[in-house]
Design a protein around this ligand. Structure first.
Ligand code: 5GP
Ligand code: ZN
Length: 112
């Protein structure tokens, strides 16, 4: 998609701090981190949301990359959260599917 921020990051047209890359995914630091480790994992292909990602057979790739990021960032043992925001109530702002990988300190749990 020509007008998609994360497609531009995937294409290298907008800079990002990349922490991990696979043939199908890219992981880079969130520009506005909410935890000591806050990394976004995207499919390189444009898919709108987590359901589209699952239907394309790429959800497993994104989750595997999230686990690789956690290992690389040293939070695999201490623990981390993987989140897909969907829709306005979740505060979603970028409409290229992405997983947030959060960790590096105890994470508050708010369910609603
Ligand atoms: P959402 O709310 O859609 O789940 O999350 C979008 C995330 O993308 C936000 O956490 C926001 O800080 C991050 N973000 C927005 N623009 C950029 C950017 O240009 N570069 C990077 N690295 N992160 C961005
Ligand atoms: Zn896109």
């Amino acid at each position: 998609m020509s007008d998609c921020l994360f497609c531009k990051i995937a294409a290298g047209e907008i800079p990002a701090t990349v922490v991990h890359e696979t043939p199908t995914t890219l992981a880079f630091r969130d520009i506005n981190p909410h935890a000591p480790v806050h990394v976004l994992v995207i499919p390189k292909e444009h898919h709108e949301d987590a359901l589209a990602l699952a239907e394309a057979g790429l959800a497993g790739d994104v989750l595997s990359t999230a686990a690789a990021v956690a290992a690389k960032e040293g939070i695999a043992e201490s623990g981390y959260r993987v989140t897909f925001n969907t829709g306005p109530d979740a505060g979603r702002t970028v409409f290229h599917a992405h997983a947030h990988v959060l960790g590096g300190h105890p994470l508050e749990m708010r369910l609603g």
